[in-house]
Design a protein around this ligand. Structure first.
Ligand SMILES: [Zn+2]
Length: 201
């Protein structure tokens, strides 16, 4: 439709989630008409994202440092871990202001049908953290979906002999969706009302 760089940017933007061809076109012409310095800042932010961001060596949150800001924060309770599927879920839990411990990002959920088993997630790393960091409680905040529940149960069984309490967010969360479908009040309530996962021992 258009030629050269104009069409190229439209094509690239249209590949992003939630951006249709019309929006891609509108954004492209907006950038064409904007101040050059603003367009360059956007381009640089994308380059920096890919060059500087890595995973926290402790919890696998995204960070530009060795350890993320939450792990470096000395005021956090180091004996409680909130286990989430994705780094974005940390923001959701933080918004509730009900949690003062640290996190562990699994990198997804167990899903045999998609070929995602325990080895594809940061589960061995989680297990190692329990004795080395003296973890007393794991709050499993995987998504309220079948896969999220399966993952929570798998973790509870796996760590049951390590002397750690494993809890799951209380019900009341919208079932079948992502954690971030819940508003902070609902999620805060689910955190407060968390219940121990029975492992049948
Ligand atoms: Zn971290």
């Amino acid at each position: 439709m258009f030629e050269g760089p104009v069409q190229r940017l439209i094509d690239e933007l249209a590949r992003l989630p939630g951006v249709g061809r019309k929006s891609a076109q509108r954004l492209t012409f907006h950038l064409l008409n904007t101040e050059e310095v603003d367009a360059r800042r956007l381009a640089q932010a994308i380059v920096d994202l890919r060059e500087q961001v890595r995973l926290c060596r402790r919890c696998f949150n995204v960070t530009a440092e060795e350890e993320c800001a939450i792990c470096r924060d000395l005021r956090r309770d180091t004996t409680v871990l909130c286990v989430v599927e994705r780094a974005q879920d940390i923001v959701v839990v933080e918004r509730t202001q009900e949690f003062r411990g640290r996190y562990h990002v699994l990198g997804g959920h167990l899903s045999p049908i998609d070929g995602i088993g325990p080895d594809q997630l940061k589960l061995a790393e989680l297990e190692r953290r329990i004795p080395t960091e003296g973890i007393k409680e794991l709050i499993i905040a995987t998504n309220p979906t079948l896969e999220g529940d399966t993952t929570a149960m798998w973790i509870a069984r796996k760590v049951k002999d390590l002397g750690v309490t494993v809890t799951r967010l209380a019900s009341g969360l919208p079932v079948g969706g992502d954690l971030d479908y819940a508003d902070e009040i609902t999620l805060g309530r689910a955190l407060k009302g968390r219940m121990e996962i029975p492992t049948g021992q």
